[in-house]
Design a protein around this ligand. Structure first.
Ligand code: AMP
Ligand code: MG
Length: 316
């Protein structure tokens, strides 16, 4: 693929232009309700290779394929009944389903990193939906950031990380959910939680009954769930109720009135998820070490804590 020395900044009126770029094999960062995705034609091996190259993403880490409907998803994968139930309940939305590839799927091999399964999602963001409808095909779209760094929840975050390396950014404002999708795989009809995210375990249990297990004994390969990820340049300390003098403290809830920044002054987990990555970007820009208050583990708090643990994990 050609280099993109100038990254175009597009708006809601430019969806046709964004789709044209995708058809030409170029990469377009698109807003989704979770985070900005780096979209490329999932059937075009050159586009998919360009996604890995732009992000510096290891080739063993498969991409999520975004489609406009459950019907389209079934062109690419054989979805178990449990997956269909979940799709009916949560699509469009922040849930990714991993299922066996269907014969004749037509996706580039690199999308699935050679696995016999594919990860599929129908995003809810109106601009992502408009782009998928206009493009008319599947797009591979990992988060639009250099691999391992903080995920982007604004067009400015995307530009800061990838300007000059991708054709365009479609600006849809800040992402409302703010953390990536929940990923579920299936062993037969049994759902296996592969990554916490925007749809909570409690919500999934509401549809499937017994809670999906976060199983360490699962046979499903979920490569790419690196321990160090979402990493600011600065050191990150978790569960901090008393920050040190040199630290920038990110609070949560009314007990952290003295904090310079707060994920949610009232202790609202949805608000905290939505603010999380922007606040990490902001705190990182100060150059100070980062200290973060405890966040409860229920609902979307589980996904917030997963991202925080990875932000704080030792780096290679
Ligand atoms: P993201 O980095 O947000 O694009 O999410 C992609 C993640 O989805 C990968 O790191 C994998 O852990 C998971 N994933 C994607 N495709 C598959 C697959 N076929 N089987 C298992 N996990 C997958
Ligand atoms: Mg990512």
């Amino acid at each position: 693929m050609e280099k993109s020395p100038q990254t175009e900044l597009l708006g809601p009126a430019d969806v046709a232009r964004a789709a044209q770029l995708l058809r030409a094999g170029q990469l377009v960062a698109m807003p989704t309700e979770t985070v900005y995705g780096l979209a490329g034609d999932a059937r075009n091996p050159d586009s998919v290779a360009a996604i890995f190259a732009a992000k510096g993403r290891p080739a063993h880490n498969p991409l999520i394929v975004h489609v406009d409907s459950l019907g389209r998803a079934t062109q690419f994968a054989n979805l178990p009944d449990a997956a269909r139930k979940l799709a009916h309940a949560f699509w469009p939305g922040a849930l990714t389903l991993v299922a066996p590839l269907r014969e004749g799927h037509g996706l580039a091999d690199a999308v699935t990193a050679g696995l016999p399964t594919v990860a599929l999602r129908v995003p809810a963001h109106p601009l992502a939906r408009a782009l998928l409808a206009e493009f008319g095909g599947p797009v591979a779209a990992p988060s639009a950031n250099p691999s391992g760094r903080i995920s982007p929840t604004t067009a400015a975050h995307v530009m800061a990380g990838l300007a000059g390396r991708i054709a365009a950014v479609l600006d849809g404002g800040p992402c409302p959910v703010g953390v990536e999708s929940t990923i579920l795989g299936f062993e037969g009809e049994e759902a296996v939680l592969l990554r916490e995210g925007g749809i909570s375990a409690e919500q999934i249990a509401g549809i499937l009954g017994p809670p999906p297990s976060a199983r360490s004994d699962t046979k499903i390969a979920a490569p790419g769930q690196m321990l160090s990820h979402y990493a600011p340049a600065a050191r990150v300390r978790l569960n901090v109720t008393e920050p040190k003098d040199d630290e920038i403290w990110i609070g949560f809830g009314p007990d952290c009135a003295g904090a310079a920044l707060s994920l949610s002054p009232t202790g609202d987990l949805e608000e905290a998820a939505s603010a999380l990555f922007a606040m990490l970007h902001h705190a990182d820009a100060t150059g100070q070490p980062i200290a973060i208050a405890p966040v409860p583990e229920h609902g979307i708090g589980a996904a917030i804590n997963d991202r925080l643990r990875r932000a704080a994990a030792p780096r290679d």
